[in-house]
Design a protein around this ligand. Structure first.
Ligand code: HEM
Length: 140
């Protein structure tokens, strides 16, 4: 991720914080209708799952220039993902749904530049999680 991408992501953080829950509500709507096979993974999900994901998206945007602040959160997410059997092939599905939700919430602010920055940033975080989850799967 280059500095321009990071600056764009950071500039979207306040809006993401403000609309965090509508982003995740929208994301799950898209995810479960477009990719119904993911629904099974959330069968034991807690009621505050929306909030957790919204917070994670915001925390990522706000800390994009100091990712070391996220290492504890990444460890927790990877642990929960392994417990619920999240696999690498699920990431493009969540990415598609999340980007669509971000686009809706940012409205006119969702320029091509902003959306491609988010696509890159999501891909980066997905790679980090997939790599950590791979290590965890191989040790169980
Ligand atoms: C970069 C992408 C992702 C982020 C930022 C993210 C974030 C999170 C967070 C913050 C949690 C809550 C962890 C906790 O309990 O403290 C979580 C749980 C979970 N995530 Fe993800 N996630 C991502 C990708 C995925 C993918 C690809 C799937 C598969 C469809 C998925 C499915 C789940 C499930 C099933 C849970 C557990 C829900 C529950 O039982 O409460 N996540 N994720």
């Amino acid at each position: 991720m280059n500095e321009t991408t990071k600056a764009i992501i950071k500039s979207t953080a306040p809006v993401l914080k403000e609309h965090g829950e509508s982003i995740t509500t929208e994301m799950y709507k898209v995810l479960f209708s477009k990719y119904p096979q993911t629904q099974e993974l959330f069968k034991d999900a807690t009621a505050d799952q929306h909030k957790k994901l919204a917070n994670a998206v915001y925390a990522y945007a706000a800390n994009i220039d100091k990712l070391e602040n996220l290492s504890k959160g990444i460890e927790k997410m990877a642990t929960v993902h392994v417990k619920t059997n999240v696999r690498p092939e699920h990431y493009p599905m969540v990415g598609d749904a999340l980007l669509q939700a971000i686009k809706i919430v940012l409205g006119e602010g969702a320029t091509e530049e902003v959306m491609s920055a988010w696509e890159e940033a999501y891909g980066f975080l997905a790679e980090v999680l997939i790599a950590r989850e791979k290590e965890m799967y191989s040790s169980i």
